[in-house]
Design a protein around this ligand. Structure first.
Ligand code: SIN
Length: 313
């Protein structure tokens, strides 16, 4: 294990281990973010922030299921100032993924102007893919809206910017989205958000399992791993090499981390499994990933990143 490094870079940030929490899990309050920072996670993601604090959707709005989870949180968060203040007041020596998710383009631009004026220098992630804001479609499925948003953002935003994308399912969607993203100086994308508007049924009570939106919600966990692998792979094959990729979706073990990196992820984020297991998961992932690398004779992540092979007989 001694000569194995699992560090990774995005922009100017160095992640000593290639996994952090997914936005929305263990990151709404300072206490939760500190738990992530004190674990073996390589950095911390903040809960997607709106301009003002927000209560989110009515409860129950999250349920664990046999193969993962369903949620319709609706962006409960403490407001952007809270997260900027947490970052400014604490000496944080790990990378930060500051997630922004305004409920309109105007709000996103106002929030990013605030980040631009602040002393924040780590990674800022614009979430264009929350499926749970009642009455609002996911911007990431509207190509014109993605392009108009990015054009407006890069008129003033000069800090490292990433985009959180929804899952895509058609090769032409990847072509079209990548063509747009490649026009802008993005530092990274984060793919995938939950698979939006799934439905989980409790046969015993013959009802849905969460209250908002008639039970429709974002699906995470083991169900979505193949979709995450496909999105990471498809974007790595299409994006300019300087745009890095955070792979998110269905990671539970070191083997899942290995597979996402093999598909081209620079680092990965953990959502459902972190909600279920808690921040100790990062120490387990570190051990499991390192064991796999040792067994395969790899010394660093770049030895296998993006090197997924075609079908072998
Ligand atoms: C939520 O708060 O509803 C989840 C965040 C997201 O899916 O982007």
């Amino acid at each position: 294990m001694t000569n194995i490094s699992i560090s990774a870079n995005i922009g100017n940030e160095v992640f000593q281990s290639p996994f952090i929490n997914a936005a929305g899990v263990f990151d709404e309050t300072a206490a939760e973010m500190n738990q992530i920072l004190n674990s073996e996670a390589g950095g911390v993601t903040t809960k997607s922030a709106t301009l003002k604090p927000r209560k989110g959707n009515p409860t129950p709005r999250y349920a664990d299921t046999k193969f993962g989870s369903i949620n319709s949180m609706g962006l409960p968060n403490q407001g952007l100032d809270y997260y900027l203040n947490f970052i400014e007041k604490n000496e944080i020596n790990k990378p930060i993924d500051l997630s922004i998710s305004g409920t309109s383009r105007e709000d996103n631009l106002t929030a990013l102007k605030k980040v631009q004026k602040s002393s924040f220098t780590s990674l800022c992630e614009l979430n264009l893919s929350c499926p749970n804001v009642i009455g609002k479609p996911q911007v990431g499925y509207d190509l014109t809206a993605i392009e108009e948003t990015l054009t407006a953002v890069f008129e003033f935003f000069t800090k490292p910017l990433g985009l959180k994308l929804p899952p895509y399912f058609d090769l032409q969607q990847y072509d079209a989205v990548a063509k747009i993203l490649n026009k802008y100086p993005l530092t990274y994308i984060n793919t995938i958000n939950s698979v939006g508007n799934g439905l989980v049924v409790d046969a015993k009570t013959e009802s849905v399992v969460i209250r908002p939106k008639g039970g429709f919600g974002g699906i995470g966990g083991t169900y979505v791993k193949p979709v995450a692998l496909a999105n990471v792979r498809a974007f790595r094959q299409r994006l300019n090499p300087e745009i890095k990729i955070i792979g998110t979706g269905g990671v539970k073990t070191g083997l899942d981390v290995f597979e996402l990196i093999l598909c081209g992820a620079d680092i990965v984020e953990i959502g459902t499994a972190l909600a279920q297991e808690g921040p100790h998961i990062f120490a387990r992932l570190k051990q499991e990933l390192t064991d796999i690398m040792q067994e395969k004779g790899y010394h660093q992540l770049s030895d296998f990143r993006g090197k997924l092979k075609e079908y072998q007989n």
